[in-house]
Design a protein around this ligand. Structure first.
Ligand code: SF4
Length: 284
């Protein structure tokens, strides 16, 4: 922090991502509240006036209590900041919406619904708009739905993208470029139900459209991570304990050609293994 202070400019960003203990276990990012409070207090004390905290809503099994914890944590951070640096302190709470992605432990889960996201955002606005020192930003649920279709889409979406583009969809991430109805019309034109891509829990025997592309991490390793997350089990930092996720054999040759400190995984000692597929059958 001392080194950062020498080049201090703008705010200081931290990404707790979740604020309740239960949700932190689910996303495997267990940072106790006290660590966040102590760190943010120290940041304010050292002269930064603005801290940005980055969160996500819409994680699997998230409840309103988990979202309330985000508001409570923000209020605590600003209150502690005022104790050490006065009323000039500010907090930017960036709350985006979680979108399940391929090649991750959450590739099987359904996205949160628009109604649920709106309810969670309303709670945050109700709680945080009261304090003028806290600035809240969030993601438009329509943007998250488009991101969701495109993230876990199959080849049929190629035609949808082309149709939406022909009909004017260009810069949907920008407020003035948003063309949600154009996307809906394009999906309908090609006979596709958007909820097939977004609001559907995948079975574990489903073959995903992205499986011919490997990110080197084994599918059953991802599934194990997913189950651990649902059970609230934390997986420790794998640099301390390798779990043989699958990338070692994939990058073995590259690593031999380019050795160095940058590789944090343990040494490759075994020849490449074939991918094991032992997923238990789970899902609708
Ligand atoms: S240390 Fe490397 S090989 Fe082991 S689990 Fe982590 S990323 Fe995978």
């Amino acid at each position: 922090m001392e080194k950062l202070k020498q080049r201090r400019s703008g705010g200081f960003t931290l990404a707790p991502e979740a604020a309740s203990e239960r949700m932190r276990r689910i996303i495997n990012k267990f940072i106790p509240d006290e660590d966040i409070i102590n760190t943010t207090r120290e940041i304010y004390r050292r002269g930064w006036t603005t801290i940005k905290l980055y969160f996500m809503i819409g994680h699997p099994s998230e409840t309103l209590e988990d979202v309330q914890a985000i508001a409570d944590l923000c209020k605590r951070v600003i209150a502690e900041g005022r104790k050490v640096a006065g009323w000039k302190v500010k907090l930017n709470a960036g709350v985006s919406t979680f979108v399940p992605k391929p090649q991750t432990p959450f590739q099987w889960v359904s996205s949160d619904t628009r109604e649920s996201i709106l309810e969670k955002q309303a709670l945050l606005k109700r709680e945080l708009f009261k304090d003028k020192s806290i600035k809240l930003s969030w993601t438009n649920p329509d943007d998250s739905l488009v991101e969701s279709w495109l993230s876990r889409g199959d080849r049929r979406l190629a035609e949808v993208i082309y149709t939406a583009w022909k009909n004017g969809a260009r810069f949907d991430a920008r407020e003035e470029g948003r063309k949600f109805d154009t996307w809906m019309a394009a999906l309908a034109e090609h006979g596709l139900d958007p909820s097939f891509y977004t609001h559907r829990q995948r079975r574990t025997d489903e073959i995903f459209p992205w499986e011919h592309i490997t990110a080197a991490v084994r599918k059953n390793f991802l599934f194990q991570d997913f189950r651990m997350s649902l059970e609230g089990q934390i997986r420790v930092d794998c640099r301390l304990n390798c779990f043989a996720c699958g990338i070692l054999p994939t990058f073995a040759n590259l690593r031999r050609e380019h050795p160095g400190e940058g590789w944090k995984c343990p040494e490759v000692k075994t020849p490449a293994r074939k991918m094991e597929m032992e997923l238990p059958l789970v899902g609708d």
